[in-house]
Design a protein around this ligand. Structure first.
Ligand code: ADP
Length: 383
């Protein structure tokens, strides 16, 4: 049987919209599960180009429709596919997971805040603000400090600004369209940030990962520790129950990541959501029985979910950001591998630019300090 004939015998074809590293990291588990993974990439030569790849504009209905015709289920590497495109696919009978009704809450932070309020999920105080005066009113009611966010299209801290006067967001107000608003949030005095991962099948079956600690630098995720160190039993339970409430309440299919703030009085508040594998879950590739990329595929393909049990007491993930280091990326990878054979080094096939995520290191170990040391030392080869 040649490869094309074999492909016809495979049960499931999953189409991923978006060709970044998240789609790329679904490829290996897809191969293992016997899933035929196809990617609709924005450009030639993207991270996920190792899979069968079409290149096209995900905002164009005809392009997405033609891609969808070749697969059994559509899922995502990012949340930017417009609602009208997704709604049209669903109306034509395409299985879209997560569906547009769920995805809207990961596409728009104002829509998310309103829905989480309805669900009674703990979150920062917030308001929709349309003018600098409205923002000033919010500031006056919140000790003079707030975080202002553009509701759509932000990532890695872009579209997030701490302000102490309404006029500090004037440029964003000037750019607002008719009827649009910004999101104002109280500046949460958090002691650390956490993330809760949960997978959900179309029929409602769910499985949670242990809550993890995430460390951001300059608005970008730098490190993750799984499970979150010194987390009280109650906190672990509350994080999982928030994850379940959101996955169920929003009708999520696939992986859900809930970013959380932990306050000094041990409350946890929801920051934001992602309905796909997420940087805070990369540790699970090497630290859990079922990694998040495999789990996402299982969930969207409606296969039984895998165990989320840890493979070691501690897992540490350190991101590799493109930097000014001398020498080729290949040489640095080889040096990191030679010095740290226990570290799992993941590369995204992206050209290194300062601050750009080009890979990450996972270390699973019985000792947290050792895991942190090795993961940082391996990642430092790229600094
Ligand atoms: P992005 O969509 O760019 O990831 P987030 O909404 O996650 O943006 O915000 C980025 C970072 O800004 C968070 O990880 C957190 O460190 C900080 N931040 C966001 N919202 C608040 C808030 N209400 N209070 C305090 N810090 C915040």
């Amino acid at each position: 049987m040649g490869p094309n004939e074999w492909r016809r015998h495979m049960a499931l074809r999953v189409g991923v919209i978006g060709g970044g590293q998240l789609a790329r990291m679904m490829i290996a588990p897809a191969v293992e599960l016997g899933i035929d993974l196809r990617v609709l990439a924005e450009d030639e030569g993207m991270s996920a180009a190792l899979a069968a790849t079409a290149v096209g504009d995900y905002r164009d209905l005809d392009t997405v429709r033609a891609f969808a015709a070749e697969v059994d289920v559509i899922t995502f590497d990012h949340e930017h596919v417009p609602q009208d495109v997704l709604q049209a696919l669903v109306a034509e009978g395409v299985a879209v997971r997560p569906g547009p009704d769920a995805l809207q809450f990961a596409q728009d932070k104002l829509v998310m805040r309103a829905r989480l309020a309805e669900l009674g999920v703990p979150q920062p105080d917030w308001a929709a603000v349309r003018t600098a005066d409205e923002l000033q009113e919010f500031l006056d009611a919140h000790a003079g400090a707030a975080v202002v966010k553009t509701p759509r299209g932000g990532y890695d801290g872009k579209g997030v600004r701490v302000v102490r006067a309404g006029a500090e967001a004037q440029d964003w107000f000037d750019g607002l369209g008719e009827g649009d608003a910004l999101l104002a949030e109280e500046l949460v005095p958090f002691v650390r940030e956490l993330a809760q991962q949960i997978a959900r099948r179309p029929g409602g079956e769910m499985i949670a990962y242990p809550v993890v600690e995430t460390v951001q630098r300059d608005g970008v995720c730098a490190e993750v520790i799984a499970p979150a160190p010194a987390a009280a039993e109650r906190l672990i339970e509350v994080a999982e129950s928030i994850g379940r409430t959101i996955a169920e309440g929003l009708g999520v299919t696939g992986m859900l990541a809930v970013e959380l703030f932990e306050t000094d009085d041990e409350r946890i508040l929801v920051n934001e959501l992602a309905m796909r594998p997420h940087n805070s879950g990369h540790w699970s590739q090497d630290g859990a029985v079922t990694g998040q990329f495999e789990q996402h595929l299982r969930a969207v393909a409606d296969l039984p979910l895998g165990s989320t049990a840890p493979r070691a007491p501690w897992s540490v993930m350190v991101n590799i950001l493109g930097g000014p280091a001398e020498g080729s990326l290949e040489d640095r990878f080889a040096a990191a591998m030679a010095e740290h054979p226990g570290a799992k080094i993941h590369t995204y096939g992206k050209a290194p630019r300062p601050g750009r995520k080009v890979g990450h290191v996972n270390v699973a170990d019985g000792d947290l300090d050792d895991a942190v040391y090795v993961a940082r030392a391996a990642a430092a080869h790229f600094a």
